[in-house]
Design a binder for this molecule. Structure first.
Ligand code: SPV
Ligand code: MN
Length: 632
């Protein structure tokens, strides 16, 4: 027996000791022993993939009080996060950077030694009297070139339960893998809890990423984006690993889009910052969903193939209505295993903002007993439910889950979309001129506004490169280069599209599209990858022809689409586009030392095309001024 296993034995029941011993990997034992030494739990529970172990976690999440079973629907529970713990915490999420290593200035960082001392200091004996739960997870389908393995030690039964809904079990994979040190490690503690079992020490909340050791530290938080290690935390480590091995780890949805015959299906990936329409795109009715958050993409025989890293959804539950979101509505209003978080509870029912019915005037929410007019410490009115309220469910409960979800070979990507929250510049949908143009002008230039999914002020414009600005763990220019190179090696490149669901009218600021319109855009993209729709070449990309959209609006949404709307939506706004190029170029010049020159060249050419068009047609150019290219 190795010394780590020996040291752990006293904290393990005989059954748990047996489970841990079956993993013939001293590196696993060492990690658990070291974290146990640091955090000092009273007991350690080893969660295998067995139904008994999973059921135990589910039961303990309620017994401990971290989840409440007060909802009347079978299988539904609710968890509350603290008032200061309602989203990902950017300020307190930092990379541990060893001396002598430089990182893009835009990335939040701290000296490794200093950071380790701080976070390990905060974690010392933090689990006194508690149980440390050890979960083993497989990221991506198992038995596949895509699979990555991960371990999380946590003292939160809620976190361990959520992981069960969102990820594929990995204990058996660890048993099979034997002595392999290549796995992601997460150590998490919810820290001090109040009588409602909510983390209270938010001032000492820290999420530190140590890529030297493939380890993430997360402390004094429960919000899943900060605590469920395999979500955005392991993602940061995966981005690094992907970069060194020549594949891509992306913040992307994966979906199947059907062709006009209802049979042809093409797979698309889509990168969108948080709360910018990623999940609702992935869940479009009549199409299929493979994933809504994180994808790994590999070059397999010169084609791009992708898998969903996860197997569940941690979705936003705001503006989810019976009419607009039929698929998920049915799931969250039917019996089945669901964890709601930060909704309002009243008489055994969950309520959320924008659900299409009147909300109760009182109930229980993330601030405890809630009543209309209740104010926070700063005097601001507390909403009935948090804007970033969430539900966690397994994908398998969705009617339209794609049959390839667990295919070890993944699915071949026909297209990739990049979409931000851009009120002013980009048209609702456009196709890039080339792989390089798509990566640079849509992906690397992705701009958005901050949303409620992260703590801080909302509505602030910012660059969110490929929607991974919050997660990028390699120099930013390197990420652009990796993407450029990845596509260049492919024989069959996915077609790249830029989408923008948030364009507003010049002058009055009204949104120019309804949330349903995105269904037309995805159908148009599907036609484009099969050369079944024409396009108009504009300075920023190929845009749809009015007649094609008119037909699609009728077919997909049973709606008329006026020429006037088309012109408003697809007018090329030269001043706004020039300003965008200026902002993007400046951001990279000021914050990124390794931007590939090609990026500036590509943006310069886009600028030139805009200036030439401006000289001919003026500042706001109707799509009809440009040349049509009708495909065969
Ligand atoms: C996101 O904010 O991008 C999410 C939720 O998908 S989480 O990252 O878990 O906060
Ligand atoms: Mn996300």
């Amino acid at each position: 027996m190795n010394p780590y296993l020996e040291a752990l034995q006293q904290k393990l029941s005989p059954a748990d000791f047996k489970k841990l011993s079956a993993i013939d990997n001293p590196v696993v034992h060492e990690f658990i022993a070291k974290e146990s030494d640091l955090c000092h739990p009273e007991k350690i529970f080893i969660c295998s993939d067995s139904t008994e172990d999973i059921a135990h976690v589910r039961k303990m999440a309620v017994t401990s009080g971290e989840e409440l079973a007060t909802l009347s629907m079978d299988g539904h529970t609710v968890h509350f996060d603290g008032e200061q713990d309602q989203g990902r915490d950017r300020v307190n999420t930092k990379y541990l950077i060893p001396k002598g290593v430089t990182f893009s200035k835009a990335l939040n960082q701290i000296d490794r030694q200093e950071g380790l001392a701080e976070v390990r200091g905060l974690m010392r004996e933090i689990m006194n009297g508690k149980t440390m739960i050890v979960r083993f997870i497989a990221l991506g389908p198992t038995n596949s070139a895509f699979t990555l393995l991960g371990i999380q030690c946590t003292d939160s039964w809620y976190v361990a339960h959520t992981e069960d809904l969102l990820y594929r079990p990995g204990y058996e994979q660890f048993v099979k893998a034997g002595p392999k040190s290549d796995f992601l490690r997460v150590i998490h503690s919810a820290g001090k809890l109040n009588s409602d079992m909510v983390s209270v020490d938010y001032k000492n909340k820290r999420i530190y990423i140590d890529h030297m050791d493939n380890t993430i530290y997360s402390v004094n938080t429960q919000y899943a984006g900060n605590s469920v290690g395999f979500k955005k935390l392991a993602f940061r480590l995966a981005i690094r690993k992907a970069s060194s091995e020549g594949w891509l780890a992306e913040h992307m949805l994966l979906m199947g889009i059907f062709g006009p015959d209802g049979k042809r299906k093409s797979y698309f990936a889509g990168a969108f910052p948080s709360a910018c329409g990623k999940t609702s795109t992935a869940m479009l009715p009549g199409e299929t969903i493979l994933g809504d958050d994180i994808a790994y993409i590999r070059d397999v025989n010169s084609t791009a193939r992708a898998v969903n890293v996860e197997s569940g959804i941690f979705g936003i539950i705001q503006d989810v209505k019976a009419k607009d979101d039929a698929l998920i509505w049915k799931v969250i209003t039917s019996p089945g295993e669901i964890i709601f978080s930060n909704v309002l509870i009243k008489d055994g029912r969950p309520y959320w903002l924008g659900m299409g019915e009147e909300l109760p005037k009182d109930g229980q929410n993330y601030t405890g007993i809630w009543y209309e007019g209740k104010k926070d410490e700063a005097g601001n009115e507390i909403p009935a439910a948090n804007k970033n309220a969430r539900y966690a469910v397994s994908l398998k409960v969705l009617e339209n889950v794609d049959p390839e979800l667990n295919n070890p070979a993944g699915v071949e990507l026909a297209g990739i979309m990049y979409g931000g929250r851009d009120a002013k510049a980009y048209v609702p949908v456009q196709q890039s001129f080339s792989w390089e143009h798509g990566i640079i002008a849509y992906g690397a230039s992705l701009e958005t506004e901050t949303t409620f999914a992260t703590i801080g002020k909302e509505g602030m414009p910012e660059i969110n490169m490929m929607s991974i600005q919050d997660f990028i763990s390699i120099p930013m220019g390197k990420n652009v280069k990796n993407n450029l190179q990845f596509g260049r090696k492919l024989k069959k490149q996915p077609t790249i599209f830029g989408v923008n669901y948030f364009l507003r009218e010049v002058g009055n600021g009204k949104y120019l599209n309804t949330p349903q319109d995105k269904h037309v855009w995805v159908k148009w993209m599907e036609l484009r990858v099969h050369n079944e729709a024409g396009a108009i070449k504009t300075p920023t990309g190929y845009i749809p022809i009015y007649e094609d959209l008119k037909k699609l609006f009728k077919r997909v949404l049973k709606r008329d689409y006026s020429k006037e709307d088309y012109i408003k939506q697809f007018t090329i706004r030269v001043p706004e586009n020039l300003a965008k190029i200026e902002r993007v170029s400046r951001f990279y010049q000021e914050n990124v030392t390794d931007t590939p020159l090609e990026m500036f060249g590509m943006l310069y050419m886009q600028r030139q095309r805009l200036i030439d068009a401006q000289a001919k047609y003026g500042d706001y150019i109707s799509p009809e001024c440009f040349e049509k290219e009708v495909n065969s």
